[in-house]
Design a protein around this ligand. Structure first.
Ligand SMILES: Cc1ncc(COP(=O)(O)O)c(C=O)c1O
Length: 488
């Protein structure tokens, strides 16, 4: 070790606060100075007695701090020769900005440029998008089931579980999908995830080759696009019209074998994919030997007739990966969702899930299983559908008749939100800014387009409003405020 001559040991800037772990504070202050080079390797530390006197603390405290530094290798000592700062490898100084970690790793760069915006947080307000009427969730029942589970959990469930998730919950989900959604599947095909986003992200990790094309609805769910882009995909936006995804445009796209779609209620336009398009989409997957990811995020919300059977129910080629979430039926913070996988993908997805998080936390899965088994879930789904319909009606009834630059409200047969066309981007901006100033949430439709879309800017403009987040009276009151804000 190079030994510096005994320079005066600089203690400036070390201010220890009494009563808050003096030894820990001294250890941290010295460690920081060693790591950032203010205390160079080889510097000799004063004797503990001297340090104690200069800092006005006990020698015992100094000894404890030095012992910790010694144990962790920041200082070294020789009997009779004092204590020295260890020679540590120094990182090279940053020469230019391009050498920062975000620029050096392609993965970090991708995450940087595909930032997943956090949806609006806090208590729900009119017209928040993406949330159900979670004010009506039966929390007492949930709390009772939670308490019952945790009071005496079976030891068999407290070790490591199946990466694909709790078997009882998977069986109940499969039975629910078979009976209520017409989707024939087995529990072995179901994999429990941390909401839809993690399900989509798993698909991206396992089905996307870096550089490969992924087809997405445009406008569409940007969070899914980000997951594919971060896995190295080249995103290809496909137009959406009154029948949903323009499958003919998808068919013209070369070298693409993966499509992400929201057939029940296109996000964010609200269109339902027509049956001819569904069949054409399945035909496309067969022809290109590809996969379709069906995100059925709000498929239970259908206001005329029964909910549509998912695309996966029509798939006789095992090419559809179905994504479901409890976030739109219970509440998003529950973070519980699932995938229904073609049998050939069940095993690799479970292995990838194990790498990612071993498996989901046991309590929420077990309680959701009980919640379904005891019939609460089905009752809640029915209630949520009725409530969302009546909140939809409140919005449709009290919505202003004619708003300059705004199309009339569309018919709303499904989902938890609607979208309205606006004539120009400038008008969209004006309407959103005035609404937000009046404490009313709504999103600009133009935010849902992929960057570089060919559609002219004004044709991308619109408003997206959620109608399920708050009760009818709050919807009516918010619309009164909105009339004033928009000077109608
Ligand atoms: C299209 C779409 N898919 C999925 C989700 C739900 O995601 P998660 O289950 O991760 O909360 C949303 C939420 O807004 C959505 O809009």
């Amino acid at each position: 070790m190079n030994r510096s001559p005994a320079l005066p040991f600089d203690l400036s800037g070390i201010h220890l606060q009494p009563g808050r772990g003096l030894a820990r504070q001294l250890y941290q202050a010295l460690r920081e100075r060693i790591l950032d080079g203010r205390l160079a390797g080889g510097t000799r530390l004063p004797a503990s007695r001297e340090l104690a006197a200069r800092l006005g603390i006990s020698r015992n405290t100094v000894t404890r701090a030095l012992d910790q530094l010694y144990a962790e290798g920041y200082v070294a000592g020789r009997v009779g020769d004092g204590t020295y700062v260890a020679e540590l490898p120094r990182s090279q100084p940053v020469v230019n900005a391009a050498a920062t970690p975000t620029a050096t790793s392609p993965a970090l760069q991708l995450v940087h440029s595909h930032h997943l915006a956090t949806p609006a947080a806090g208590a729900p307000r009119a017209f928040r998008i993406g949330v159900p009427a979670f004010d009506l969730f039966p929390f007492e029942t949930w709390a009772r089931l939670q308490a019952r589970f945790w009071r005496k959990p079976s030891p068999a469930r407290l070790g490591y579980g199946d990466p694909a998730g709790d078997m009882q919950l998977r069986e109940l989900i499969a039975a629910y999908l078979r009976n209520s959604r017409g989707l024939t599947c087995t529990a072995q095909q179901v994999l429990i995830t941390c909401g839809s986003q993690q399900a989509i992200s798993l698909c991206a990790q396992l089905l996307v080759q870096p550089g490969a094309r992924v087809a997405l609805e445009n406008p569409g769910y940007r969070a899914a696009g980000h997951a594919f882009a971060v896995a190295g995909a080249q995103l290809c936006g496909i137009a959406v019209d009154g029948e949903g995804l323009d499958v003919a445009a998808l068919q013209r796209l070369n070298d693409c074998r993966l499509a992400y779609v929201t057939p029940a209620h296109q996000y964010p336009t609200g269109v339902t994919l027509s049956l001819p398009r569904r069949l054409a989409l399945l035909e496309w997957a067969k022809r290109v030997d590809g996969w379709i990811i069906e995100d059925d995020y709000d498929g239970e919300y259908r206001y005329s007739g029964t909910p549509l059977a998912p695309l996966a129910a029509l798939d006789d080629q095992q090419r559809v990966i179905y994504v479901g979430t409890f976030g739109k039926l219970a509440f998003p913070a529950l973070r519980l969702g699932y995938l229904v996988l073609p049998p050939a993908l069940a095993e690799p997805f479970a292995r990838r899930q194990a790498l990612e998080l071993r498996h989901l936390e046991v309590g929420t899965q077990a309680v959701m299983a009980e919640f379904i088994a005891a019939g609460h879930f089905q009752r809640h789904v029915r209630r949520m559908r009725q409530v969302a319909r009546s909140r939809r009606d409140a919005l449709l009834k009290a919505w202003p008749q004619s708003i300059p630059g705004c199309s009339p409200l569309p018919a709303v047969e499904a989902g938890l939100h609607l979208s309205i066309k606006v004539a120009t981007r400038a008008r969209e901006h004006e309407l959103i800014a005035a609404a937000r100033a009046a404490d009313i949430e709504m999103n600009p439709l133009s935010d849902y387009w992929l960057p570089g879309s060919e559609t002219p800017e004004d044709a991308r403009a619109g408003l997206v409003l959620g109608f399920a987040a708050v009760p009818e009276a709050q919807i009516v009151e918010a619309l009164q405020r909105l009339r004033r804000a928009w000077r109608l």
